[in-house]
Design a protein around this ligand. Structure first.
Ligand code: ADP
Ligand code: MG
Length: 619
């Protein structure tokens, strides 16, 4: 048989390796920034266009490269940083595999300008898909500029799988944050589509954190410092009362390299135990210095995991130093988390007059007629509107004009299938007086139906009701706002501001009113009727977090995301006492929903127990 094994040509090998190093524009950002830092630059500028899909450029004032090195740096395994495998263990630079530039050049159009201080002129190299197109002598400042254009131009499949600009920019910002937080002594600029997003002067760590995350961060920071045999620790944790429901800024750096460590994260959480309510996340920026010989940084360029020789000691040191700092800065004693937040009615109108709802029924309702009208997408689904008018949930508390909050079933072109049987469930009772119901464990509402018993999860039910209402506000009919007496000013990081700007229209549709959303400030003048003034920041943070985590490519998923985030934060929790009227109103509203069976997060909302089943139990 003929020999069949052949060596892959270099450009193919490079393309394959590239896929490992470069997943998206943010990977290029990371590699180029790290090279600039390794070159001892003191000022680094990052320029991106279209979230890096069109251009990623990094300009540094570092040591530059000689002519030969400039050509050589694009070869695979070309690195100035190690010469033997042992060097890997004593590593103090970022890169070491000599793979990044070769990989990037294999899948993009790259232009390199570089000059060393001792030379009068520098060199320019253009390279496309691993092929050198030109090499010229040129007059440039000391340092290096690498521009990477048209990423994945020769791998269309990869290019197609890039996410929206918003999502890709978010990844870039994540990398940028990790790097600028690790190097406060270096000045950084970030310019996106011609707009300067960050201008970070060289500074100390506290100033760097404040410059990145906004002016108000300063008051949140509690310094942490510890010097032991095993580890030198410094940095900041955020005061517990600023803990957010969303996982905000949580950073570990080991020997100035950003890492993820669920284990160390756990030790921080342990230090905060009892100080932050459940499901709240304290922010932290913690810097560990350990002997490089005692750690194993996974030698994969995109991995950020580290194994420590002495994990247990690190865990204990971290936890006790943070506890100590929190105590020392007297953060801990002033807090009182004993009150159960679940017991607070989430609405600010809780003290307002209570209106007993009237249940109105459409006696002419005919489920079969209904089916016809729905399938022909006709407006005014009479069953839903009439059954719920006057019984709307928050109407109980707020006494807000019914017309504002009347649920209509028409969701415009968003079709949600619903099950006619469910609507039918209450037919008999609704025609009589009020349906008796009671609350079980402040969690479920139990009520009879014609065929037996229904048990409703109150939190999920309210989520469903709110979700459909907000979705409708966003897509069909603007939600009502309440003006605030004084505008609320809140600080957000600039990436978060970018997200808020993106979804501002939708937010206004549900009833938010903004005076401004720019810089690091958001000024809110009005909020949706259901949102308590004290919750505004939390709600906005949660929304930003959701958009950030799940992205939103199109208009529908954005509306869906927003409605989900809002209903999640505003729905009445398990543990809340519901008066009889509130229970009834919730039941009515739920069964007026398009999809009363499952919560927006696809969890069952209620179960039914037929009389026959009960009968069986008594046999
Ligand atoms: P690595 O960083 O792993 O060594 P790279 O492919 O990222 O591999 O870079 C290859 C080499 O090119 C580096 O070792 C360094 O000598 C040189 N180099 C890359 N970027 C710069 C820069 N901005 N300034 C000076 N030298 C650079
Ligand atoms: Mg490198």
């Amino acid at each position: 048989m003929a020999d069949i094994i052949k060596l892959l040509p270099d450009h193919v090998a490079n393309q394959i390796a590239a896929g490992e190093v470069v997943q998206r524009p943010a990977s290029v950002v990371k590699e180029l920034l790290e090279n600039a830092i390794d070159a001892k630059a003191s000022i680094i500028t990052l320029v991106v266009k279209n979230a890096g899909k069109t251009l990623v450029q990094v300009i540094d004032n570092g040591k530059g490269m000689s002519d030969t090195d400039a050509r050589f740096c694009f070869e695979r395994h070309a690195t100035s940083k190690i010469s033997s495998a042992e060097d890997l263990f004593a590593l103090h630079t970022k890169g070491f595999r000599g793979e990044a530039l070769a990989s990037i050049a294999a899948i993009a159009h790259v232009e390199l300008y570089t000059k060393e201080a001792q030379n009068d002129v520098g060199v320019k190299i253009a390279i496309e898909g691993s092929t050198v197109k030109s090499q010229d002598i040129t007059v440039v400042p000391n340092g290096t500029s690498v521009s990477v254009k048209n990423l994945f131009f020769n791998i269309p499949a990869r290019r197609k799988f890039l996410k929206s600009d918003k999502v890709e920019l978010r990844h870039i910002l994540d990398e940028f944050h990790r790097i600028v937080l690790a190097h406060p002594d270096i000045a950084f600029h970030l310019i996106n589509n011609g707009t300067e997003l960050f201008n970070l002067p060289a500074s100390n760590l506290r100033q760097r954190i404040v410059n990145v995350f906004g002016g108000k961060t300063n008051t949140k920071l509690v310094p942490v410092e510890e010097d032991t045999e095993v580890v030198k620790l410094h940095g900041f944790v955020c005061k517990p009362d600023f803990a957010k429901k969303s996982r905000g800024e949580q950073y570990f750096f080991v020997n100035n390299r950003y890492i993820r460590s669920p284990y160390l994260h756990h030790s921080v959480m342990a230090a905060f135990e009892g100080l932050v309510p459940d499901q709240h996340h304290p922010g932290y920026y913690l810097y560990l210095e350990v002997d490089p010989n005692t750690i194993d940084i996974n030698i994969h360029p995109t991995k950020t995991e580290v194994k420590f020789d002495d994990e247990h000691a690190l865990y204990a040191i971290l936890r006790s130093s943070i506890k100590h700092s929190l105590g020392q800065f007297q953060v801990a004693p002033v807090l009182d988390f004993d009150t159960d937040p679940n017991l607070d009615t989430p609405y600010h109108f809780k003290d307002k007059e209570v209106h007993i709802p009237k249940v109105e029924v459409d006696h002419n309702y005919n489920p079969f007629a209904e089916e016809v009208s729905r399938s022909s997408a006709v407006k005014n689904n009479t069953m839903y509107t009439k059954a719920t008018s006057g019984a709307s949930w928050e109407g109980l508390y707020a006494g807000i004009p019914e017309t504002v909050r009347k649920i209509e079933s028409d969701f415009g072109n968003i079709q949600i299938e619903s099950d006619v049987e469910n609507v039918d469930l209450f037919e008999n009772q609704m025609q009589q007086e009020a349906t008796p119901s009671f609350q079980l464990k402040r969690k479920y509402i139990v009520t009879p139906i014609k065929s037996g018993l229904v048990i409703i999860d109150q939190y999920r039910a309210h989520q469903r009701v709110l979700y459909e209402r907000f979705l409708k506000n966003i897509t069909v009919e603007k939600g009502a706002s309440q003006q605030l007496l004084f505008p609320l000013n809140m600080s957000f990081s600039s990436p978060d501001i970018a997200i808020l700007q993106d979804i501002r229209d939708s937010l206004e549709q549900v009833g938010f009113m903004f005076d401004r959303v720019e810089g690091d400030m958001v000024s809110v003048r009005g909020v949706p009727i259901m949102v308590n003034e004290s919750e505004v920041q939390l709600v906005l943070e949660q929304i930003v977090q959701e958009v950030n985590d799940f992205g939103s490519e199109d208009a529908f998923s954005q509306s869906d995301l927003l409605a989900k985030a809002l209903c999640k934060s505003l729905a009445v929790r398990s543990g809340s006492v519901l008066q009889l009227e509130a229970q009834e109103a919730l039941i009515n509203d739920l069964f007026a929903c398009k999809d009363p069976m499952v919560s927006p997060f696809q969890k069952p909302i209620y179960i039914t127990t037929p009389i026959a089943d009960l009968d069986k139990k008594f046999m």
